[in-house]
Design a protein around this ligand. Structure first.
Ligand code: ADP
Ligand code: MG
Length: 321
């Protein structure tokens, strides 16, 4: 775009809570084929709340869930890997104490959920973040794992006794996490997030314009699909369980056939994808690194402002040519 065109665009958009960085952005925002949204913090508020605390003794019976196939790929010589001895409070105390060292929104939800339930936390002696999978910590003399199925499997703990509970919670669009204490499955925790008000109408409006709407998330397949269904995003357009370091590759894959993709994200994980996309949009309340990596910042955290970016780009170019 010419400097004049850029100025017009920036003036219109600054008033509307959309900040453009650099002069090429408006031109690049024309002819977008796909808009790829991060899920947590972008399509949702990213304010997770602890909703379910299920100790091992209260897990759903797999037999009542249409018969879950046991996963014997993770048999172990550590003996039985479930401990039904932990009650709700012991399990949550250990998990929340362990999560104090993490800044992940899931961790914050667990810590706050424990405090809301009047639980006093212990300190941690060791803490390790396992990116994309969870955390490992020692607290009050216990070794505690909180995270996904892979985190437990990698430690030789079979997560299948919790399969029916996990699937039920994920089917509701919640993020379910496994808790293990001293090498045994101790229970399941789940958090829920609220979808942003304008997310569904934005998906509809983009689809009506002939733009492919996609979702890219580190969260598990079932949760991602439950949220996608609620928003009207096609199942084949969902990329779930994408590790932080693989989000940029996913964008590259989408753009490999010449697709011009716009990526919208908020997290540290999204930064390389925001840089790699044809146009990167950051949620204004997102992380600094996401905003630095993006071409546009949506100051109002409103997914509907994606449409404004497309409209301003079209209108500005029309004026000039
Ligand atoms: P997202 O992109 O959705 O923020 P991440 O890549 O950070 O997801 O994490 C992927 C998955 O790993 C989460 O859905 C969760 O199951 C697990 N996980 C990551 N960090 C934590 C944590 N601090 N506590 C528990 N589970 C975690
Ligand atoms: Mg996010």
């Amino acid at each position: 775009a010419t400097p004049a065109a850029t100025m017009v665009g920036s003036t219109i958009s600054a008033r509307n809570g959309v900040l453009f960085k650099g002069s090429d952005v408006l031109e690049q925002s024309r002819g977008i084929d796909a808009v790829v949204f991060d899920k947590t913090g972008t399509l949702t508020h990213g304010e997770m709340e602890l909703t379910d605390v299920v100790p091992a003794s209260a897990l759903d019976d797999p037999a009542t869930d249409g018969g879950v196939t046991p996963d014997d790929s993770s048999t172990t010589d550590r003996g039985p890997t479930i401990d039904p001895g932990f009650d709700e409070e012991t399990m949550l105390t250990a998990a929340a104490s362990a999560e104090q060292g993490s800044e992940h929104p899931l961790a914050q939800a667990i810590v706050e959920g424990a405090r809301d339930r009047g639980i006093e936390l212990s300190g941690t002696d060791t803490f390790e973040n396992v990116p994309g999978h969870g955390i490992r910590a020692t607290t009050a003399g216990k070794e505690v794992l909180v995270g996904n199925r892979k985190l437990l499997r990698d430690d030789g703990i079979d997560p299948t006794p919790a399969a029916a509970t996990m699937e039920r919670l994920e089917g509701d669009g919640k993020t379910a996490m496994l808790v293990a204490i001293d090498g045994k499955l101790a229970g399941v925790l789940a958090t829920a997030d609220r979808i942003r008000e304008s997310a569904k109408t934005t998906v509809e409006a983009l689809t009506d314009r002939g733009i492919d709407v996609m979702m890219l998330t580190g969260d598990n397949e079932r949760t991602a699909h439950a949220v996608a269904t609620e928003l009207g995003i096609e199942p084949e357009n969902v990329r779930a369980e994408v590790l932080p370091e693989d989000k940029a590759d996913a964008i590259e894959g989408i753009q490999a056939d010449g697709t011009r993709a716009m990526m919208v994200g908020d997290g540290v994980n999204d930064a390389p994808a925001l840089t790699g996309a044809h146009v990167g949009l950051a949620i204004g309340s997102g992380t600094d690194v996401a905003i630095e990596s993006a071409d546009v910042t949506l100051m109002r955290d409103d997914p509907a402002d994606v449409l404004k970016v497309l409209n301003v780009a079209d209108a500005t170019i029309e004026k000039v040519y």
